[in-house]
Design a binder for this molecule. Structure first.
Ligand code: SAM
Length: 306
């Protein structure tokens, strides 16, 4: 490039395309896994448009206030803030969930759990027959991603969404209201099932529990560790504290033939298998793999006749 063409490039207007290219490069240098996507989501948010609309606006120069808003989000993203927290939402199973620092940002892996629950709901619903709605629990509901998605996809299900965090329950209830399924879900503040009086039983218990060990937590990227709630992630020295308690309680809380479906870390899959084998009342253990081919979901039934 000659001196004069370099000067021209420097003075070129900050079009949508130029902003995206500069920001992508900046995020790449900051170690983002998805620099272009991050840049597009933030710019679309600053312009209050759909991401796809940026593609027909490459030559446009955003208004000054949009650039100021964008610059601030880019700065915070550069420091490690998750994109979902900057824009205030995350897509999960094609639904838009509000998120903030009080809830785990829903992850794509958790969609495998939802698929398994929807698949299992069909035969269980047929067994119960019309007029007997399926009862489903989502233990550790966070933003409500699992409970709300199931309410959208399993007609007439009665869903109990439980969390130990009152702040998370408020976000989940807001999401249920805005996604128009509030009538199907009861939100309960509880340590697992402990506050549920007069033990209700469920046809399906779902949970994406905390499953990170203390030592793994220290190794998590700062964009997770510094921004998402520790209580949503860590479960004791081996990551199994909550899973062990869920397995212990599940046989009492499930209908015969009902299913417990839990997301796990692939690193504890063998230990989970041992724990399930040692739990009386559970049978038919299946692991579902994520897109990387790792065992990510445990799906296990309660023995008929227990
Ligand atoms: C990994 S997050 C999952 C959030 C959401 N279900 C999702 O998949 O995106 C775990 C959630 O479990 C909640 N939690 C942790 N310990 C709990 C307990 N003992 N009883 C109920 N909820 C608990 C946390 O507050 C957090 O919201």
């Amino acid at each position: 490039m000659t001196d004069s063409s370099q000067a021209d490039a420097k003075d070129a207007p900050w079009t949508v395309l130029r902003l995206l290219e500069w920001t992508t490069d900046f995020f790449k240098r900051r170690g983002s896994d998805s620099p272009r996507l991050d840049a597009e989501i933030l710019l679309a948010h600053a312009r209050d448009c759909a991401r796809i609309e940026l593609y027909t606006a490459f030559a446009e120069v955003p208004a000054e206030e949009q650039r100021v808003a964008f610059r601030e989000m880019v700065r915070r993203r550069g420091e490690g803030a998750p994109v979902a927290q900057l824009v205030g939402f995350r897509e999960f199973y094609s639904l838009r969930f509000r998120v903030d620092e009080n809830v785990l940002i829903p992850r794509p892996e958790t969609e495998h759990l939802v698929v398994e629950a929807i698949d299992r709901a069909k035969p269980l619903g047929e067994m119960k027959g019309e007029g007997s709605p399926l009862r489903i629990a989502d233990v550790g509901t966070g933003s409500g991603a699992i409970a709300i998605t199931l309410a959208k996809h399993i007609p007439d299900a009665q869903i109990t969404a439980i969390d130990l965090s009152e702040a998370a329950l408020k976000i989940a209830a807001w999401n249920a209201e805005h996604l128009k399924v509030a009538d199907s879900i009861s939100f309960v503040h509880s340590d697992l099932f402990e506050s549920l009086v007069d033990p209700p039983t469920f046809d399906i218990i779902c949970s994406n529990p905390p499953y990170v060990s203390e030592s793994e937590y220290d190794e998590l990227p700062a964009t997770v560790r510094d921004y998402e709630p520790r209580e949503a992630l860590v479960a004791g020295i081996d990551g199994l504290d909550i899973i062990k308690r869920l397995l212990e309680t599940a046989p009492k809380r499930l209908e015969a033939g009902g299913r417990l479906i839990i997301e796990i870390s692939p690193m504890i899959a063998d230990l989970c298998e041992e724990l399930v084998d040692a739990t009386e009342g559970l049978c038919d253990l299946r692991f579902l793999k994520d897109f990387a081919g790792h065992r990510r979901i445990v799906s296990v039934a309660k023995n008929v006749g227990v």
